[in-house]
Write a protein that binds this ligand. Structure first.
Ligand code: NI
Length: 239
């Protein structure tokens, strides 16, 4: 919880500094005044920020089926600009093709989960086959990141209750389906998400098309203005 708050505080701090810079520019104050007041504001900010951070609402964006060589880098750039952290449920077969993207996802503070190797319906495979796909995906992710995923999103949201994962993984579905994979229309994707947004919601998206990426950016921009802080799913499920 503390960790989340710190990240939200950092975002607010940057916003405050930008706003203050604009105010100073507008009122035409000189540089000396700026630095003095900046320090004063910094000291004062602890109280102000603690209050604001407890009022932030956490929400999670999740992206399935990547990494995608064309769209994941664009998404990562935009998320960095917006100081938003998200969760990627990766396919083993795509990680093998673009291991550097899986590495970048982790380096930039996002979370990686397992989405199987070939995107097969796990409830329709034998237990042995399903566990083999999951285990193989865990291994390719471990090779790149040095960590085994703690979260699994079964393809199609199709849970197979007979599967016992080793190491243990929590299955993560979603509470809001953007239906981005079939719509390919930025406005409609957004209208599936924003009116349904609420604290601790988990939003399903895919980093596999231009429309998904553009919709994701607009969703982040709009919900941040409404006081939401974008966090990885572990911070929603375990806090
Ligand atoms: Ni999928």
């Amino acid at each position: 919880m503390k960790f989340v708050n710190l990240k939200c505080i950092a975002a607010l701090f940057v916003m405050d500094c930008l706003l203050f810079g604009l105010m100073v520019w507008y009122t035409g104050e000189d540089t000396e005044t700026l630095s003095n007041t900046y320090i004063y504001e910094g000291k004062d900010m602890n109280e102000k920020q603690t209050k604001t951070a407890t009022e932030m609402k956490k929400i999670a964006l999740t992206f399935d089926d990547g990494p995608n060589t064309e769209y994941t880098p664009v998404l990562l750039d935009g998320l960095k600009q917006r100081n938003a952290k998200v969760t990627f449920f990766l396919l083993g077969k795509e990680v093998v093709k673009s291991p550097e993207l899986a590495g970048r996802i982790v380096q930039e503070g996002h979370l990686i989960g397992n989405h199987s190797f070939y995107h097969d319906d796990l409830s329709k495979l034998s237990t042995e086959e399903a566990l083999e796909q999951i285990g193989r995906t865990n291994e390719v992710i471990y090779e790149v990141t040095g960590q085994y995923p703690q979260f699994l999103r079964p393809p199609f949201g199709s849970v197979n209750p007979q599967l016992v994962y080793e190491p243990p993984m929590a299955e993560v579905l979603w509470t809001i389906d953007s239906r981005d994979w079939e719509l390919h229309d930025v406005g409609t994707i957004i209208s599936n998400v924003i009116p349904n947004a609420e604290e601790n919601a988990i939003i399903l998206m895919h980093d596999s098309s231009e429309t998904s990426i553009q919709a994701a950016f607009q969703i982040v921009d709009a919900l941040q203005k409404e006081g939401y802080c974008f966090v990885t799913v572990d911070e929603i499920l375990f806090d």
